[in-house]
Design a binder for this molecule. Structure first.
Ligand SMILES: C[S@@+](CC[C@H](N)C(=O)[O-])C[C@H]1O[C@@H](n2cnc3c(N)ncnc32)[C@H](O)[C@@H]1O
Length: 325
């Protein structure tokens, strides 16, 4: 805690050293993707109000608020830690923002509680932020040992360990295939069910070892390739946080919540999500609600890929609500 002298007394600054360093890239812990593209698409029609459904560390929000001085932003995140961080980061814009701890599947209700009927733009940058993956206590990564939790929203009841230890072999296999298109889903499910008869599978490292053994791949000898447990971890995280269900709900609500010529931009990181977005936009375009702005998804350029490897799998799709809808 920093202290300074004023008159006869001492005044304590309320900001700790950690907080004062929060603007460093290391403290932020996440580099937003496709920021120029997001800005170009969402600000083109000079929106009055935008919703950032996945506020995260506030990177996209900060950029949008900085370049559009009249813009008002509603920000949602269901991770309390990220929401608090973004609130501090966006403090210079405090008179133009409303931030809420919420799952974006409840977007309509959140806007209603703010007495907002329609917005001019919606952004969702799906998945997880780099600082969330890096936190071993969240159990999202096979790079470090941690509890098999994976809840981004701490209000959720079911952890990844509950699913791995509680679902039937068939249910695990279906989840791995449906969420992450894991081709070895059956072998992995069989191995997990055999292992849990010896004791509960409770840690990320144990799960990673069991998956590697199930598919017969030693992760150490595949340093430059994808880890054999990547898809299993992704599928479990998606199931724990009901990611596809939340995305469907957001996509279904969006046409009602966007004003005339309002825009929606969704950044996804795997084919299951991207397919949902593509099909939703196509069907809304057929019914005359949307005009699709991205015939093909926008992707990162070479410079961004080099600077931020996470951007490699990002796909941005955008659409505009009809002027008369
Ligand atoms: C990729 S990060 C977003 C990063 C952000 N655009 C930035 O620039 O810092 C995704 C964020 O969305 C949040 N999130 C994911 N699914 C969500 C949902 N259904 N409802 C609310 N927040 C969600 C995660 O907790 C995470 O903070």
């Amino acid at each position: 805690m920093a202290v300074c002298r004023q008159g006869d007394g001492f005044i304590e600054f309320s900001m700790s050293e950690d907080e004062s360093n929060e603007t460093t890239a290391e403290a932020i812990g996440h580099v937003p993707v496709l920021t120029e593209e997001v800005e170009a698409i969402l600000l083109e029609n000079s929106p009055g109000t935008i919703v950032d459904c996945t506020l995260g560390r506030g990177g996209h929000a900060e950029r949008l608020l900085s370049v559009a001085p009249a813009l008002k932003l509603v920000g949602l995140d269901f991770d309390e830690g990220n929401l608090d961080f973004a609130r501090r980061r966006l403090a210079p814009f405090s008179d133009r923002i409303e931030l809420r701890l919420a799952d974006f599947s409840t977007l309509g209700a959140e806007l209603a509680s703010l007495k907002i009927d329609r917005v001019d733009a919606i952004l969702a940058d799906l998945g997880i932020s780099s600082n969330q993956i890096a936190d071993p206590l969240r159990g999202l990564s096979f790079d470090s040992d941690g509890p098999l939790d994976m809840r981004l929203d701490r209000r959720l009841r079911t952890t990844a360990a509950d699913l791995v230890n509680g679902l039937s072999e068939g249910e695990i296999s279906d989840m791995l295939w449906h969420n992450a298109e894991e081709r070895q889903s059956r072998k992995i499910a069989k191995r997990l069910c055999a292992a849990r008869r010896q004791g509960r599978i409770n840690s990320t490292m144990l799960l990673a070892r069991l998956v590697s053994a199930a598919v017969g791949v030693n992760p150490e000898s595949h340093r430059n390739k994808i880890h054999p447990a990547t898809r299993t971890f992704m599928a479990l995280r998606m199931a724990v946080n009901t990611e596809l269900e939340s995305l469907k709900s957001l996509l279904n609500q969006a046409p009602e919540l966007l004003g005339p010529r309002g825009r929606i931009a969704i950044i996804s990181f795997h084919s299951g999500e991207d397919r949902l977005v593509k099909e939703n936009f196509r069907s809304a375009a057929k019914s005359g609600d949307y005009r699709i702005l991205t015939k093909k998804p926008m992707t990162s350029g070479e410079a961004e890929r080099a600077a931020n490897p996470r951007s490699r799998s990002a796909k941005l799709r955008a659409a505009e609500k009809a002027a008369n809808a």
